[in-house]
Design a protein around this ligand. Structure first.
Ligand SMILES: *Cc1c(COP(=O)(O)O)cnc(C)c1O
Length: 457
């Protein structure tokens, strides 16, 4: 059968369950710990902050398939199935015998895969009878996705957006506000955490850690309100498994079997979602797929991080998570425009990496943008800088196939579009983009912030 450019799935073929990868792992990820007692966290510990159903999913490492509620499936049908595309033009341009496919998550207005979990979390908040949610956003994709989802499910939303980012990306701010969310540049005077930071540094540009503190504080203090997070946590990875389930359904239909699967990794949610059903089979020795995570050289959690218990936020209030981390005190370089700046990595992917199921590579920003522009010119789609980390490694792998005359089947996740990243593309075009790779001394400072607990010794 000739493979079409778009491997078509109908609306009826959208998966109706998520794939809980942890249920397929013989060696499970370590439990999250309460930072005070150092005992595994319970649902009761998490319930003042998070919504009930996502907490259940977070703590569930045994149910293989979790049903997607009908009220959520109907929202998915408005923008899914996401296209699975054969990159014929890219293959031809590279002159590679490899087959290249990408799952494109940038077709919804928020512009990335993040809407898959935003919709799920808004749906569960509504079902629980809540009125409001809070969250933080750095680059703005998560805030945009949550704003769309909350508009649909009629919930009020407050987004604490890192101040420098709200100034550098005014159109992200406008998009979030257009969908009806209340956008607060962080640090703000609306919370104790924000006021404290402003008192110390009135000109503060803000940080993700500070925005998280503000969002959590507001959620805990507001009646009928909870906090939502867009990556790192296992329930987010579960929601993103729809990416992999759809991809597998389409591949099965056209009898395509991937040899290599490549994805970018910030907190790990898109990669974990894309690989989930394929990794489940890999663990059961039903395939021999080579999985590659790609991270920025400026924030190399997998390739240079430690596998340790760490906080999820820079102000050290969250539960402790066993993961690959640079330390919650690690500060990514301000010249890095390519996203994926998070210091840690999802605990399930961390465990798989530790056990040798996953390779990781770190790429520099200029190499990533070279790949992004090359891809845009041949395939037409302007990729998000984050997604372009995967593209860089896809091109490397396809050229390696060419040298060896190897007809591998390569799949990658094209997580989003780059329309709101014009200042980064402008810097690239003007030749002013620079690379930064932290020295070992830089990393030592981050590692010093790791909690000094028996589990880490
Ligand atoms: C947020 C984001 C990422 C990285 O987040 P993960 O949780 O690692 O998937 C990747 N690509 C795009 C377009 C994003 O918005």
């Amino acid at each position: 059968m000739k493979i079409p450019t778009r491997l078509y799935l109908s609306e009826d073929e959208i998966p109706t369950s998520w794939y809980n990868l942890r249920a397929f792992m013989k060696d499970k990820p370590e439990p999250m710990l309460h930072p005070g007692t150092l005992r595994p966290v319970t649902a009761a510990d998490l319930s003042p902050v998070f919504c009930d159903e996502p907490i259940k999913q977070e703590l569930d490492d045994s149910t293989p398939f979790i049903v997607i509620p009908e009220g959520l499936q109907s929202f998915f049908r408005a923008y899914r199935p996401a296209p699975l595309i054969r990159a014929y033009f890219l293959e031809k341009e590279l002159g590679t015998p490899a087959e290249i496919y990408y799952k494109f998550e940038g077709t919804n207005t928020s512009g990335s895969h993040k809407l898959n979990s935003a919709a799920a979390q808004a749906f569960y908040a509504k079902a629980q009878g809540l009125n409001a949610l809070t969250t933080e956003t750095g680059a703005g994709q998560w805030g945009s996705a949550m704003a769309m989802a909350c508009a649909f499910y009629k919930l009020s939303l407050t987004v604490y957006m890192v101040k420098i980012s709200s100034e550098q990306k005014p159109y992200r701010k406008t998009l979030i506000e257009t969908y009806g969310a209340n956008l607060v540049p962080s640090p703000s005077s609306t919370t104790e955490a924000g006021r404290k930071i402003l008192a110390e540094d009135p000109g503060s540009n803000g940080s993700l850690g500070c925005a998280i503190s503000e969002a959590v504080e507001t959620a805990v203090k507001t009646e009928s309100c909870r906090y939502v997070l867009g990556s790192v946590m296992n329930h987010v990875l579960l929601h993103q498994s729809i990416i992999g389930m759809e991809t597998k359904a389409a591949f099965d239909k056209y009898n395509v079997k991937p040899d290599v699967i490549i994805g970018c990794a910030g907190g790990g949610s898109n990669l974990g979602g894309l690989i989930a059903p394929f990794m489940g089979e890999r663990i059961e020795n039903k395939n021999d797929i080579h999985f590659i995570a790609v991270e920025p050289a400026s924030c190399p959690s997998f390739t240079r991080g430690r596998f340790a218990y760490d906080f999820g936020d820079t102000v050290q209030t969250t539960p402790l998570v066993k993961m690959y981390t640079l330390g919650s005190g690690f500060m990514p370089s301000p010249n890095h425009a390519g996203g994926l700046r998070y210091h840690g990595m999802n605990p399930t992917l961390s465990k798989l990496y530790h056990d040798g199921y996953l390779e990781a590579r770190a790429e520099t920003q200029t190499d990533v943008f070279n790949a992004a522009v090359y891809f845009a010119k041949v395939e037409g789609i302007l990729p998000a800088p984050e997604s372009s980390h995967a593209i860089k490694v896809v091109i490397d792998e396809a050229l390696e196939c060419k040298r060896r005359g190897d007809k591998k089947v390569i799949l990658f996740g094209l997580t989003g579009t780059g329309y709101f990243d014009m200042s980064a593309y402008a810097a690239y075009n003007a030749n002013t983009m620079t690379d930064y790779i932290p020295t070992d001394t830089d990393l030592t400072k981050g590692f010093a912030s790791l909690p000094n607990i028996p589990q880490n010794r």
